[in-house]
Design a protein around this ligand. Structure first.
Ligand code: NIG
Ligand code: FE
Length: 418
């Protein structure tokens, strides 16, 4: 007997991104959308049953009782994946935006006790309810942009109680709204004022006190490995301790200076190395020879007005697997709009529209260790998909700054329609 579909999308231009569940796209494979014209996707419950030309899908599954959505020739892609965000935070930092517009550098604001530490103060004060409410609003925006899976870091607590509160907010949000959140512990996001000039002591707190307490609430551990923040040695110590507890490693690497963060990510087998604006040839080579995905965040360069972007084309030529993300946070990149980041990926990183689409679907899934569950339209995968009001992938980054989503399906349910 044929399996029964309960949702059927027809008349679609499918960008399936199929065939890369084991390994991300890299080199000449990067941007291979595996397009199917006049395609269909059959869904049962929260999973994809069949994908392909309508005749083949109708042969394979029972579509008799399915709700039919006519995509009208529109582009259908996997649900977008945003693999690096600080979506959980309280308050906003437009006062510092004014300072930065007048020329004060981001790192100087942080060194003077503002920046991340400003958001730490407001997040420590916020109630769990308020934190959940503010984050929920952002997740609604992300879902409307077609984003169905979002990584969410802690790191605006820098003390155990607040780090726990942030990760509990993620846990609650996973129960009450539709976007899937992937929790990352980032207790080493900045050195709190209490430990100014005593960063080694703070590293001990992260390892001895925080990691054991949060280990069941997070899948990954991330560190801001940077001059004036956490050194390579401190980052290695924290991430090794996290790995010993079963967490995967991620690193904010080489954002402001070439510190060797990319090499550390490769050495540790980190699932991703993120930012990488200043990564040099050795860092690129290390990533190319590893399974670590380079998560590039061009919105951050744009908003910080550094004029410097990650060397994406060199990375691509060397064989590094590339994903893109918003880095949504209240300081360096206050936007939930991953479609805008796709535009910056083309204009500022020199990637093609097909490559940026791969970078926010299958490669972003791999940057979260989820390549076999999401990121492509294939039988057995989670039924997360976006119907864009566009008939080709270039139209999305080209017509920039707006929302192209026409319909978003999450775990088999229609959750947004425009
Ligand atoms: O990824 N670089 C460090 N952390 C964040 C910024 C967080 C903030 O400014 O609040 C980032 O850019
Ligand atoms: Fe970040």
């Amino acid at each position: 007997m044929k399996a029964k579909a309960n949702l059927l999308i027809v008349n679609a231009r499918l960008a399936t991104l199929a065939g890369y569940s084991e390994k991300p796209q890299r080199g000449s494979d990067f941007g291979n959308l595996r397009l199917v014209d006049n395609g269909a996707v059959a869904v049962a419950g929260d999973s994809i049953l069949a994908v392909g030309p309508i005749e083949a899908v109708a042969r394979e599954v029972d579509i008799g009782a399915a709700q039919v959505v006519d995509a009208g020739g529109r582009l259908v892609t996997p649900g977008l994946v945003d693999p690096h965000t600080h979506v959980v935070h309280s308050g906003s930092r437009e006062r510092e935006y004014n300072l930065r517009l007048q020329g004060t550098p981001y790192i100087e604001i942080l060194k003077a006790g503002g920046g991340i530490l400003n958001s730490v103060a407001s997040t420590r004060e916020a109630s769990l309810t308020d934190l959940v409410a503010q984050t929920n609003k952002s997740l609604g925006r992300m879902l409307a942009f077609g984003v169905t899976t979002v990584e969410a870091k802690s790191g605006y607590g820098l003390d155990l109680a607040t780090e726990l509160k942030m990760l509990q907010a993620v846990q609650i949000l996973n129960l009450i709204q539709q976007v899937t959140l992937v929790p990352t512990f980032m207790g080493a996001h900045a050195i709190p004022e209490e430990y100014k000039d005593k960063s080694d002591e703070f590293v001990d707190i992260v390892i001895q006190e925080m990691l054991p307490a949060i280990k069941d609430l997070a899948l990954f551990c991330d560190v801001f490995c940077e001059d004036h923040v956490f050194s390579i040695e401190q980052s290695r110590t924290i991430l090794r301790a996290a790995q010993d507890l079963g967490l995967g490693a991620k690193i904010h690497a080489d954002e402001l200076a070439p510190t060797g963060g990319a090499q550390l990510a490769a050495e540790l087998g980190a699932v991703s190395a993120d930012h990488l604006l200043c990564t040099d040839a050795l860092g690129i080579e290390a990533l190319a020879n590893s399974n670590t995905v380079a998560v590039l965040l061009p919105g951050t360069s744009f908003n910080l007005m550094t004029g410097r972007y990650a060397p994406a084309r060199e990375m691509l030529a060397a064989g590094v697997a590339i994903a893109l993300s918003t880095d949504y946070n209240p300081g360096s990149c206050p936007t939930e709009n991953l479609q805008l980041i796709m535009t910056l990926g083309c204009l500022k990183l020199g990637l093609t529209p097909a490559q940026v689409l791969a970078a926010v679907t299958i490669n972003a899934a791999h940057a979260l260790g989820l390549g076999s569950a999401i990121g492509s339209l294939e039988a057995g995968k989670q039924a997360d998909l976006v119907i864009f009001d566009a008939d080709n992938e270039a139209y999305i980054p080209y017509h920039f700054g707006i929302n192209h989503s026409w319909m978003v399906v999450k775990s088999g349910c229609i959750v947004y329609q425009n």
